[in-house]
Design a protein around this ligand. Structure first.
Ligand code: ZN
Length: 137
């Protein structure tokens, strides 16, 4: 069994953003030389998500509108009593999930036709790391 670990660093210009990281993950799988296995991808921050969905700009706006309705940005969260202002960011991360796991078959991501890996940034404008851990043979 082989194991390959890689870290990506992302700094978005906007506080909230969705970044397609599919090609970076695919490149890490190629680098690993692993043909059959799994790849885990997760942000190493509690105000960001990694998730898989359709690469369609309207849908990404729909996600943001839906998150805003469930956990508005300007709400007076208990978390803000610590001096922070990112209560919504933590809640959005939980709603969108922490990580994704993808099967590797024949040395590539074994995806359905529209599956795309997104990094969801909910408190950006600073460097954030993403862990890619590939296990297989
Ligand atoms: Zn916080």
């Amino acid at each position: 069994m082989k194991i390959h670990t890689k870290y990506l660093t992302i700094k978005t210009e906007k506080r909230i953003d969705f970044v397609n990281i599919t090609e970076q993950v695919r490149e890490a799988v190629r680098e690993s030389g692993i043909k059959e296995g799994i790849v885990l991808v997760n942000p190493m921050h509690i105000t960001a998500s990694v998730f898989i969905n359709d690469n369609e700009s309207g849908l990404l706006r729909d996600f943001q509108n839906w998150l805003e309705k469930l956990a508005p940005k300007d709400f007076d969260y208990n978390h803000h009593q610590t001096g922070e202002d990112n209560g919504f960011s933590h809640l959005w991360r939980t709603l969108m999930g922490r990580e994704t796991v993808i099967a590797i078959t024949g040395g590539d991501l074994d995806f359905g036709p529209w599956e795309t890996i997104f990094y969801g940034e909910f408190d950006g404008k600073r460097n954030k790391r993403i862990l890619i851990k590939i296990i297989g043979e």
